[in-house]
Design a protein. Structure first.
Length: 743
């Protein structure tokens, strides 16, 4: 056992550190509130697990040049980091994350609740005490306003006792379990770490592969992290550490699977990392200067880059000549458009790495051409994607940048004047929506043009028939003649896709043939946000994202194309996508898809995604997560005490949803949304208490077999329902014609 104060002193003294293979701080504010609430009330908050080892040869965070035996935190990083930040008023030395998650916590001496500072609610109310100030300055110092204020003076000593109780958490004893012994290698410890963190932040395969390297070369992970941050800052391109590790693996071993790193020494890894950084920088220069792919949104096909870093490695860091470089770029574009690594990515990558080692870039080009039955071309349907998250958008951007597209009004080459361009919708979104076109049609990439910000403002909302007839520049953006009436929109899209595909093939043909002049170099431009106010849906999603970010959740990918990793099929272009969970490394991937009829929701669910088809449903789900984390709800479903140890009401409903999908071949979207938004018990009660069902509810009940779901849940959890409640509800629904008499 160890007192919390002693643990914090160990961190100050550099004897309790963090192993370098651990990921950073990921807790949000509700989890911080929940921990303090539990400590204040004396609830169990779990034990700590440490690895006692000689850190002379271990990669650690939290001290420079640590030597001798130290305690490395394996389980409890989030809790210890939170408590250190709150009590010391600063993050610990090993901190890697957002300190705002534990900054500004307040304690209400009257209600004994914890909330983060809000000026409207707390500014003139002395009952809200700064928790960090309490630990740093003591109860008497922070309580002086309580004694002076007429509304709190009478209960001053009661409040003071509560403050002392809170401050006494530094004397709370934690059970600390230690892993010791010479046989406890980093591989063994990483395996233990993943087992004890089954409900927390899991290490990825890349983390596992890097753990051993870090034990021999402490700077491995920091150097990778620093360069990922450098690319984001200097080039506006965001890569993940796993992506960089994949490239290092390709350079070091010629393989795509991380298991290949098992036999790579730290010295060889270091050498491969330096060469990889050089190769990636060189490729990013080529992507920008030869293809015009100069920022994060348009750099598609990243999974294929390890093939090129491997090829560069075999060439000593430079292509043999400009012709080989251009053929490599041509292969890269075609691989990206075809989603070469969307399905069975690691297997395909291993195959291409073997080919490029044996036959160079011409070998992987031949393989790709063979898959395409000899045709390595861009087709009109390759521009059928909708939204900026589809792979059609980078292709359109590439064609516009390399094909000499001109600003529609000024006639100047894109980026020549301001260095900034915007996306312009040729047919205004509002007109298309009013005419009844679907979301996919409205968001079609073939309706996009690129213009200067001033032109975007001047043309916003105008019908194409008003301004296109007098613009010769429309040809430079492959805008077909004549099809400018709203009723001609589908024909316009089809015609423009043909023009765009022809332009793409002309450019890529020059790359493949090696006849593109070396002097043809593109200068990066900035794609700015649309000057026009966002449409209601975009504004809705943006507001939701900011709301969740304010609560400490990760920022999602917006308008993101989600593909099936097994088949390569595009399942959705989601409004928002959290591939690593709402908190990185915790929970399932989360998808917000506001047009469920245009997505394969059953397959997304089957692949383990949490799918939401309304912002309110996701907001309700997050609210309940927060209530659980802060201790205001008893379990994930909120009904653990009522349902006992054999599962929750929510899990029963989701099991029924899964059975509906598997056995009845339909996806009960509405039922899922109700559970996410309302919680399980409120969902069931709302269904039971529908005294006058609408036609929509009647259809929902019949199509989704809600009677079956409710019946099953009620039989499993009879204690949740009053005597006769289910029978009465079914009779009411039967009288309304919703439930068949024989039901």
């Amino acid at each position: 056992m160890a007192k919390l104060s002693a643990i914090l002193d160990q961190i100050d003294g550099g004897t309790m550190l963090l192993p370098e293979f651990q990921r950073g701080y990921v807790w949000n504010r509700d989890q911080v509130r929940g921990l303090m609430r539990s400590l204040y009330r004396g609830y169990p908050v779990g034990a700590l697990l440490v690895w006692e080892t000689d850190t002379t040869d271990q990669a650690v965070r939290g001290a420079v040049g640590a030597r001798g035996t130290r305690s490395l935190l394996l389980d409890g990083q989030q809790r210890v980091t939170t408590l250190y930040g709150l009590i010391r008023g600063r993050p610990p030395a090993f901190f890697d994350g957002d300190a705002e998650a534990f900054s500004g916590l307040r304690f209400n001496v009257e209600t004994e609740s914890f909330e983060f500072y809000g000026p409207v609610k707390m500014k003139d109310d002395p009952r809200w005490i700064d928790v960090t100030a309490l630990f740093v300055d003591g109860p008497t110092a922070v309580a002086k306003d309580l004694h002076a204020h007429p509304d709190t003076a009478a209960r001053f000593f009661e409040y003071l006792d509560r403050l002392q109780t809170l401050r006494n958490v530094v004397d709370r004893e934690f059970y600390v379990d230690a892993i010791t012994g010479a046989d406890k290698t980093v591989d063994v410890v990483v395996d233990i770490f993943n087992r004890v963190n089954s409900g927390g932040t899991k290490l990825s395969k890349g983390d596992l592969a890097l753990a051993r390297i870090c034990s021999e070369w402490a700077d491995a992970r920091p150097m990778m992290r620093n360069n990922v941050e450098r690319w984001a800052a200097d080039r506006n391109v965001r890569f993940t550490p796993d992506w960089l590790l994949r490239n290092v693996n390709a350079v070091a071993t010629g393989r795509g699977s991380f298991s290949a790193l098992e036999d790579v020494s730290a010295g060889d890894f270091q050498d491969a990392l330096y060469k990889t950084l050089h190769n990636v920088d060189h490729l990013l220069d080529l992507f920008s200067s030869r293809l015009g792919l100069d920022h994060d949104r348009v750099l598609f096909g990243r999974a294929g880059i390890p093939v090129l870093t491997r090829l560069l490695h075999s060439r000593g860091g430079r292509f043999a000549d400009q012709a080989e470089a251009d053929r490599a770029l041509c292969w890269f574009v075609h691989a990206a458009v075809r989603g070469r690594y969307a399905a069975s990515g690691e297997t395909t990558l291993n195959r291409d790495l073997e080919t490029v080692d044996r036959d160079g870039i011409d070998g992987v080009i031949t393989n790709l051409r063979r898959i395409r039955k000899g045709r390595l071309t861009i087709d009109p349907q390759d521009f059928e994607g909708d939204g900026r998250g589809s792979r059609s958008y980078p292709l359109l951007y590439l064609v516009s940048r390399t094909g000499g597209a001109q600003d529609l009004l000024s006639g100047r080459p894109l980026g020549a004047d301001t260095g900034a361009i915007e996306v312009h919708e040729i047919f205004p979104r509002a007109l298309l929506a009013h005419a009844g076109y679907s979301r996919a049609e409205i968001n079609s990439v073939a309706n996009y043009a690129f213009v200067t910000p001033s032109t975007a403002t001047a043309l916003h909302g105008r019908e194409p028939g008003e301004y296109l007839p007098g613009l010769a520049t429309r040809e430079s953006q492959w805008i077909p003649d004549g099809l400018w009436r709203i009723q001609d929109y589908p024909k316009f899209l089809a015609a423009r896709r043909k023009l765009l595909s022809a332009a793409a093939n002309e450019f890529l043909g020059e790359l493949m043939a090696g006849v593109l002049p070396e002097s043809r170099v593109l200068v990066p431009v900035e794609v700015t946000e649309d000057a026009a106010p966002p449409d209601p849906r975009t504004a809705e999603v943006a507001a939701l994202v900011e709301e969740l970010a304010g609560l400490g959740y990760a920022r999602p990918l917006l308008d993101e194309e989600i593909t099936d990793a097994e088949t390569g099929k595009v399942l959705a272009v989601a409004e928002a996508f959290w591939p690593d969970g709402l908190q990185v490394g915790q929970g399932k991937p989360v998808v917000l898809e506001l047009d469920p009829e245009e997505a394969d929701l059953p397959r997304l669910t089957e692949l383990g995604c949490e799918v939401f088809t309304s912002s309110d449903a996701l907001r309700g789900y997050v609210q309940r997560l927060g209530e659980v984390a802060s201790g205001e709800r008893t379990s994930g479903a909120g009904f653990a005490e009522q349902t006992g140890g054999d599962g929750t009401l929510e899990s029963a409903l989701f099991l029924m949803i899964a059975r509906c999908q598997a056995e009845l071949q339909y996806n009960p979207v509405q039922l899922r949304e109700m559970v996410h938004e309302l919680g399980a018990l409120d969902t069931v009660r709302r269904i039971l208490n529908s005294a006058t069902p609408s036609d929509g509810f009647r259809r929902l009940w019949e199509e989704q077999r809600l009677d079956l779901a409710v019946e099953t849940v009620a039989l499993r959890f009879p204690a949740l329902f009053a005597p006769g409640e289910l029978a009465t509800a079914r009779q009411r629904l039967r009288d309304a014609g919703v439930v068949a008499a024989q039901g």
